[in-house]
Every structure is written in C-alpha cells, then in structure tokens.
Design a protein around this ligand. Sequence first.
Ligand code: CP
Ligand code: NVA
Length: 322
Amino acid sequence: MTPQPGVRHFIKDTDLSPAEQSEVLDRAAAMKADPFGSTPLAHGAARETVALIFDKSSTRTRFSLAAGVGELGGQALVVNPGEAQMGHKESIEDTTKILERAVAAIVWRTYAHEGLERMAAISHVPVINSLSDDFHPCQLLADLLTIREQLGGTEGRIMTYIGDGANNMGNSYALAGVTAGMHVRIAAPEGWGPAAAVVDEARRVAQQTGGSLEVLTDMRAAASDADVIVTDTWVSMGQEAEKEERVERFGAYQVTEEVMALAAPHAIFMHCLPAYRGFEVSADVIDGPQSVVWDEAENRIHAQKALIAWLLEKSTMAKETL
Ligand code: CP
Ligand code: NVA
C-alpha cells in the first residue's frame, strides 16, 4: 500500500514504527491521566466527525471509539452493517472520495483486509482498521498499554498467545508484540500459526527491537515463564459455519489454571473479548486474580484517542488540502 503523501493510516500494526508505537502509547497514558485535556476535534479546530463503519458486529470497539471521539471534542458517526451503500451499491473508492470530504478520519471494521488497503491507498484522511480478517491493531495498542501499566514496560517481556494463531489476533500479536520489543510466542496446532508473510515481517522488526517470535505447537512450553498469557475465540466473526471443526481443532488449547501456573508468578491473563468461557479460557482464569481483561477493554478508549490525535497531527497534507 502506498498512501497519499502526507497522510498516515493505521490499518496494520507495523504502520507505526517501534518509536512511533511507543510515542502513541506514551500519549495514551497521558490521556488516561487527563481524559478531557486534549480536544483536537473540537468545533473550529478541524473537522469534527469521525466515521465508524461496521461490516461486523461490535461492542467494545463501537463504545470505546464513540466515547473517545467525544472526549477529543468531536462526534462519531456510526454506520452499522448494511446501512451504507459501500460494498453493494458503491465501490470502496467512490465511498472514500465522499467520506474524505466530510470527516476527519475513517475507522472501518470489515472482512477482507484488501478493502482497507484500497481505501488507504487513495484517502486524504487517516484510515484506521478497527478489525479485519487479518489484523486487529487498535486492540493491540490497548493490550500494550495494559502490559505497560501492569508490568512496567513491554521490552524483553514474554507474551504467549494460545489458540488460533492464524486469525487476526494471532497476526497482530506477532507484529505489535515484536514492535514493542517483546518475545512473542504463538502456541497453535500445526499449520495454525500466523501467515508466513507475517512471521517474516515480525522477525525483521524483531531484529531492530530486540524482540523475537516463536511459533510452537506445545502450549505448555510456550506458557513456561511467560509474563503475559493471552487467548482469543476459536471461532472468529465470519467463521461461524466452521464452529464444530474449530472447537475440535483447538480443543486442547484452553487456557486453564494449570497453564497459568506454568507462567511467571506475576503473569497476567488477557483476552480481547468477547470470551467464551469453557472454550478458549476457563472461567476461573478469566474471572480470577491474574485476569486484567476489564482494564484491557477500558484501555481501548485511551489508546484509540491517542492514535486518532497522533494520526491527525502527522497527516499534514490532509490538513493542507481539505
Ligand atoms: N475486542 C473487540 O474488538 O470487541 P468488539 O468486537 O466488541 O468490538
Ligand atoms: N478474532 C475475533 C476477535 C474479536 C474482537 C474475531 O475476529 O471475531
């Protein structure tokens, strides 16, 4: 994807360099401490509206972005699945040309990642991926903020993701984790790790940051001494018809107290949510003392506010031409 000059997008975790990711996370912490102190979308400052387009359902993403855009002084326009013309009556490109004349930024949750690439290639306002089949980078900013808060930093920490390593969360943990200098371990059945291109990119980034990526089938080896244990649903949105075979495939990869006991004594448990107790995680783990899932969910607000403010600041050409 070659963006328009002077416009920054965030459709994949590595759209932020390691230094930029750290800058956004610093800003997120500052915004959390002073939630109403920064209003770049306030009336008269810039465009006020941020488009939130959903092709898939959502709770956290919708509320955290709507609340966050409001706290930045702007307003969110939420478009639910099937409500806009895009995708059935109008092309992605034509829709982008309309939206960029009305809004400060476009946030889109969709299926094929390629749609976001097409939008980002022509948009003069920032495009943000709020989940595609391949990546969920906004979630990872919230997760990294939570890890910083709980463990004092990310560099050198071991983060073990257990379950469907081939889904959007597996890919994003690999890329965002190494960008933050973490040692990322993905534990998944043979052939269900991140895509080869993601593994290659993560290993390239890891060389700059001192992080690393390992893809393993042995969940217990992967959990050993980890600082963070994380999982996600075995049946992502769009995969509902495969539920039975997926439950069978990933059934041995449930995060239980026995798995948590292999991790470091201070280890935290995370999950992007929604969670399915008794499948990818046992109730005693997600509802237990090591779980930080509610802080993680709240941090979506702070991380996304910081991201939007940062992207708008860096998108100099967008400001000049609008
Ligand atoms: N974690 C997450 O993105 O949640 P929603 O699907 O509810 O937005
Ligand atoms: N992998 C999950 C994440 C939900 C936030 C999905 O895509 O449904």
